[in-house]
Structures are given as C-alpha cells and as structure tokens.
Design a binder for this molecule. Sequence first.
Ligand code: ATP
Ligand code: MG
Length: 442
Amino acid sequence: MAKKVKEEKIRVEIQEQYAPLFNMPEVRYKLYYGGRAGGKSYGFGDALLVLGRQGKILIACVREVQNSIKDSVYKLLKDRAEYWGFDDYRFYEDRIENIETGSRFIFKGLQDNNAQNIKSLEGVDICWIEEGQSISKKSWEILDPTIRKPGAQIWISMNRELENDPIWVALAKNPHEDTFIQKVNYTDNIYCPPEMKKIAERVKEEDYEQWLHVWAGEPVQEGDTKLIGYKEIYKALETHVENSVSVDLPLIIGVDVARFGDDKTAVARRIGRRAFRIRTCSKMNLVETANMIVNIIHEEKPARVNIDVGGVGAGVVDILLDRGYGSIVRPVNFGEAAQESERYCNRRAEMWGRLKEWLTSELPVSLVDCEGLSEDLTAPNKKYDSLGRLLLEKKEEIKKRLGRSTDVGDALALTFAEKFYPSNLNVFNNDADFVDDNVYTG
Ligand SMILES: Nc1ncnc2c1ncn2[C@@H]1O[C@H](COP(=O)(O)OP(=O)(O)OP(=O)(O)O)[C@@H](O)[C@H]1O
Ligand SMILES: [Mg+2]
C-alpha cells in the first residue's frame, strides 16, 4: 500500500470494490452488504475521509440506536484519519471537522426520530447508514425523504439479518436504477486478518448455516433452525388414520436401546402413516431387552425391527441374530453413510429427515402421544454441510441442552431406516412390489 505523508498530497489506496463510492455520482443509494469482515466500515470510512478533504460536504453517520457517540463510527473515522496522516481533521466531542474544506461529520441515532432531530439532516450530502439491517421501516421512511439536497447520496453498510430487513425490502428486493448494490465478504477483503479468516473457515466446517449468515452475508431463515416443529407434531397427534383397507402395510418397529444409566430403551411402532404404541422401559439388561423384542416379534409379527447399534444395541442385535431373527432384525448405525447420500450426511440425518417428510406430507399421518415425544421430536436443530446435505445437531449437544437423550424420537426415526419395503417381506398380503413413495410405507 502506497502511503506518502508529504505536503498536502497523500496517496490513499481503497479496495476496488469500494471504488463506486467515488465513481458513481448519479446513483443515490449505494448499498454494501455481506458478512463479517468484508471491509465495509474501513472502505466507507476511508472514502468519506478522502471526499471530505476534496470539498466542503456534510456527512451524517446514522444508525438505528445510538446511545452515545461510542456506538458510532466516530472512533473508526478518527483511527483511519490518523492512520493516513490526515492532520486537517479536528475531533470534537460530537463531530469531526476538516479545517481546510469545512467538511463536517455528524452522528445520529434514528430511533427517537423527532422532527428536529431529522430536520438537521436536510443539508446532508452523504448519509452513511451503519448496520443497515437494524433500521426500522419507520426510521427509513422518515430518513429517505429528508436527505433531499440535490445530488445527495445515501450509503448503506449492512450484514443482512432477516429476509425482509426494511432497507433491503425498500432498496434491494426489486432494485431501481438509482441503486447500486454490492456484496462484500471476508473473501473479497484483501486485508482480512488471517485470524478472522481462520474463525470463518472453522465455522464453515462446523456449522454451514451459521457461516452462511454470519460470514457469507445471507439472511437467517426465519424460524427455520428446528428440523421438526410443534405444529407438525400437533397436527399428527390430532389426526386419526385408519389402517388402509386396500393395501396392507407392514409393521415396522424401531428400537433405541438405552446407552447409559439414565437413558431409557424406547420402542416405536409404525404402519404406513400411523405411528402408535411408542413406549419406553428402563433398567433392562441386554438379554432382557432381547427377550422383550423376541416377544414383540412373535406377538406382533413385524416385517422389520430396526435397532440402533451405535451403543449397547449391538449386543442386543447379536443375541437376536444368534437366535435366528436375522430376516427381521436390522442393525442401524446412526453414524454410517446415508442410503441417499446426496441428500443426507449420515443415517441419523436421513432417518430424521424422512420422519420430517412423513410428518409434513400431504396425506394425513397420525401419532399417538407418549411421554417426551414432542420434546424429543422438536429437539434437533437442523444444519447443512457444505454440499447442502442435511446434518443434524449432534446427539451430545442436544443432550446438553435437554438434559437427556432423544430416545423416543430416535426410536420413531428408526422406523424410517428403509425407504421402501418389498411386499414379499410383508407379513400381510400385498401384491404391489413397492408401495407409494410419498407415504414411507414401511
Ligand atoms: N483498507 C484496509 N486496510 C487495512 N485493513 C483493512 C482494510 N479494510 C479492512 N481491513 C481489515 O479487515 C477487517 C474487517 O474490516 P471491516 O471492519 O471494515 O469489515 P466490515 O465489513 O465492516 O465487518 P463487520 O461486519 O464485522 O463490521 C478490519 O478489522 C481490518 O483489520
Ligand atoms: Mg463494520
């Protein structure tokens, strides 16, 4: 970077993406958005300090809430002016002035927008709105027509918060010719400190959705962090689905075997669109658990018993296989690769993802309540990996938050281990080879 502090001429280098701040006098609105560390504050600050030295202008730096000047970009401007060696700027308690050109920076919060406060902005040449995502609709509607000096510009720097941030809706949703919009992320900022890059890359690996918002500048998907919402569960709890008369569907059973002392073994049953008799039991050893499953197999004649083998469930499966139930009992490892690996990160995400689709399918589905069912089902937060595949919040994280495991939810999810069941596995009579895709017949 060339920086020559000699006589009045100082060479200032501005990143290319911020050049339109100087170059496009015909454009009224200049909106820069993106994630953290995109260089927005530095870019805007440097540009304004330079413009303030070229001629007399009034610059307003505004934000929605400004309790004290410390909340504003005052300090950033002061630091940057010192960095460049702009000794023609004077720093007062509430403003910054250039003694050569007479340019002035003022700082305001818009929230208490009384007429007087806003009137003082009428002569402004450039209004910099910092944290544009926080500006309320009301503030925007008062501010915009107040910046009315011919040729005046409104610059906005923002990290989008929601899909419909008022400024975004007003300027960027259907942009007009008088609006310039530029996305800037840390990846575009050649000065982005390596530590920040590291943090960003780590978040990208661990929580892609958060990275998308915080570092890539995308808005949060509203109310969208939970895989399954209460609404879907309640709808299913209120629905009663009769056993289909035309197609007999197989009974599928999911078993989540207790891993630790305080966990419970959960058993869930599902026939097509009907989940029922979801039960938990505690304090059983592996042999007792295996015996219970043998009884269920004989009495209820399931087509499948899917058992989680991530923990001690493997021992239960061994016993059952040894006793000759290999055609019915299926070991399922939550951590293994998904069958539909282009959609899901692992088996756990796949089964829960199918459970979610089942709950939200067009056709009615029914659930019968059991202790902890809705808490379990709504517990996992969803995430996506860098390939856009569903990934669930880790079991340990959920356990930390909930104080227990989602045994009941896992048991129900296990009934979705296989997407289709060939009819010849069916204990009932069924001519169709595979039953309707949408229903997760199981
Ligand atoms: N012109 C520059 N010269 C030197 N360093 C810079 C420059 N622009 C940005 N940086 C570095 O990049 C970092 C991020 O820049 P800046 O704070 O302007 O980003 P931002 O987009 O405003 O981010 P945030 O959304 O976090 O406020 C700065 O802390 C600084 O270290
Ligand atoms: Mg900033």
